[in-house]
Design a protein around this ligand. Sequence first.
Ligand code: PRT
Ligand code: ZN
Length: 299
Amino acid sequence: MSESNNRIKIAVQKSGRLSDDSFSLLERCGIKIKKSNGRLFCHSQNFPLDVLLVRDDDILSLIQDGICELGIVGTNILREKALQNNSNVVINPIEEVINLNFGFCKLSIAVPDTFSYVNISSLANKRIATTYPNLLKQFLKNNNVDAKVVVLTGAVEIAPRLNIADAICDLVSTGVTLEANGLCEVENILSSQAVLVKSLNMSVEKESIFKLLRCRIESVLQANEAKYIMLHCPKIALDKIVKLLPGAENPTVMNLTGSDVVVAVHAVCKESVFWETLEQLKAAGASAILVLPIEKMMG
Ligand code: PRT
Ligand code: ZN
């Protein structure tokens, strides 16, 4: 087997909103990567994976051109590029593998506070500035709105003040940028988060490395949400309390020394455990409730 078939390459954002989470995901998968300033290529010594550090806009092209096999990008980029590629022949098509639970944002249309917005038809014949022309055009078409799309490469939020546009279509997470620029969110076009993507053209050897990585990523994502709950429970309230445990399958029930009426219940809860759940458990008679994080989980 040649050296290049022994390893797979993943492209991740070099520096930006997805970088830290992408690296920490790989780290939590037990993959050791030495990141050094200025280097665009990192080699893992304990897993057959190499990491390419690039701009997020280049990740999909790198996979399509066969330079790497995997990538971590936002759905915003994935969907925009898919519309752009519609008419082109792509050598290495891309498959979306799994949502990664970080990089959450929305692609939204926003208008100046002074714009009297009623509904989507208020955008008719207006100029909308964006870096996502394909998604915006598709949205306008689906809603039968005829508006002019002004394509910008950045600083979209200042377009109305510069009188380049009447409205904008941009990514929003906290909403602080919109507010600071006197803009108000009126339509949500897309909800986005980081996703793992892969090339559909991979050798059998690379597919098997990918399977290992995918399994580790799935375990990390499951463990993120999952919690281990331990509590004491009056026997008569057992059914009620077990039903309150979020996403728990077959909890373990154990006798407590010196008590005939109380048992200990241990369960893996696969969904988030909120304060409200703990309050309900307590109200149902549970005591000594412990909620512990789960570091790794494999089905
Ligand atoms: O250099 P490179 O091209 O790699 O980086 P970039 O500047 O293009 O990307 P970056 O780091 O800003 O974003 C990378 C990815 O993070 C995006 O493609 C999204 O998938 C995701 N993401 C999540 C966001 C945001 N949240 C976000 N808030 N990307 C951009 N923003 C910007 C938005 O464009 C606006 O300017 O943040 C501003 C709004 O933020 P709030 O919090 O004020 O609403
Ligand atoms: Zn970018």
